[in-house]
Ligand binder design. Structure first.
Ligand SMILES: [Zn+2]
Length: 181
């Protein structure tokens, strides 16, 4: 719902803040940044499918059967992915890749889920809202007002994006400063 770039920027800002404040090593931070980058784009996969379908005129995916912002924007998917992430990070095979001695895949799995969840959270603040418990509950929980409420493609959404990008830049500078002195 919100634009792709806004989703990526805001999710990275949150993740970087956590990674830097907990002093994580660089290979892990990079892995987490990739995880969030992918995860924060996943929920709108149905939207992109719809666009592809319009162009080609064929149903290219089962994802479109339910329509946009239904299953993909429910709490069930990240909840399920979280269970998968826990399982995968405990598996010697699925968490087997180490970079400079750090087992990075576990961090990748969890930040993928985090990115997914942050995407939904941002969408939940939009005027359009989402249905967290789809298909339970027959209408969207939409915020009536509040300073964080925004319209997609509006000035406010663009501001959320730029503020997020600025936060990421500040976090990076802070990280470099801390590690170079
Ligand atoms: Zn969305």
């Amino acid at each position: 719902m919100a634009l792709r770039k806004t989703h990526i920027a805001s999710a990275e800002a949150v993740m970087m803040g956590y990674a830097i404040s907990t002093n994580q090593p660089l290979p892990i931070i990079i892995t987490e940044a990739i995880g969030v980058w992918i995860g924060s784009q996943l929920p709108d996969i149905d939207q992109r499918q719809t666009r592809i379908n319009k162009k080609t005129g064929v149903e290219t995916s089962v994802l479109t059967l339910w329509g946009h912002r239904t299953w993909s924007h429910s709490i069930w998917i990240p909840a399920f992915l979280f269970i998968l992430a826990r399982y995968s990070s405990n598996s010697p095979m699925l968490n087997g890749i180490s970079v400079y001695g750090y087992k990075v895949m576990g961090y990748f799995y969890f930040t993928l889920v985090l990115g997914y969840f942050l995407h939904e959270l941002l969408d939940a603040f939009s005027v359009e809202g989402i249905r967290w418990l789809y298909p339970l509950g027959n209408r969207k929980i939409i915020r009536k007002k509040g300073i964080f409420r925004y319209k997609v493609h509006s000035m406010k959404e663009i501001m959320i994006r730029y503020v997020s990008v600025t936060i990421v830049v500040i976090e990076l500078i802070f990280y470099l400063y801390k590690n170079l002195k």
